[in-house]
Design a protein around this ligand. Structure first.
Ligand code: ZN
Length: 190
């Protein structure tokens, strides 16, 4: 991208930049420490020559000689408009233009605003909800301590036993089935 700048005096500076298709004019007015930029784009095609900036009696005229033809843009105050016919520039003063790098265009190609940092940090995936924690860096996860899965009342009861012989429920302490007298504890270590 080619950029030319011209100091228009009166605290205004004009930046002209050209891409393959478009000429962009940025008019920057500095007042009281604030910058105001007006921008206007024009389909000109690539420039054939550096633009020329004229100061006439009442306004600034920019002449752009590009592949798409010759264009004149009038800058008056803080407004810019394209002239439909060639203005008379006989007595106009040519203002010096400086070629500069695009980095100096204020309000120009603005870098993308950095995204607002998100609550969740995606860098190495951290996440925290009230009691829950999660971290992907070295894979950590933390959840509230599990409540006792089984309340005390439901604590494992001594399993009911049945007589393998006749199916009658027997007490775990029984050594013999009360119904059929089958011996219940022979294999048990108890
Ligand atoms: Zn039995």
């Amino acid at each position: 991208m080619i950029v030319y700048t011209t100091d228009l005096g009166t605290g205004q500076r004009l930046y002209l930049h050209n891409t393959d298709t478009t000429t962009t004019l940025t008019l920057v007015a500095s007042a009281a420490g604030q910058q105001q930029a007006q921008r206007s784009g024009l389909s000109t095609g690539p420039w054939q020559k550096p633009p020329t900036v004229f100061r006439t009696a009442g306004s600034i005229i920019v002449r752009i000689e590009a592949q798409g033809g010759e264009f004149f843009v009038q800058v008056q105050g803080s407004s810019m408009h394209v002239l439909s016919s060639s203005p008379s520039l006989g007595t106009a003063e040519v203002l010096p233009t400086q070629r500069s790098s695009e980095a100096t265009v204020p309000g120009g190609m603005q870098p993308m605003q950095p995204m607002q940092p998100m609550q969740m940090q995606m860098g190495d995936m951290q996440m925290q909800m009230e009691p829950m924690k999660m971290q992907m860096g070295d894979m950590q996860m933390q959840m509230p301590p599990m409540q006792q899965a089984t309340p005390a009342s439901a604590a494992p009861k001594p399993s009911r036993r049945f007589c393998p012989q006749c199916g009658t429920p027997v007490k775990p302490t029984d050594r013999f089935c009360s119904s059929c007298g089958h011996r219940l504890v022979e294999a048990d270590s108890e």
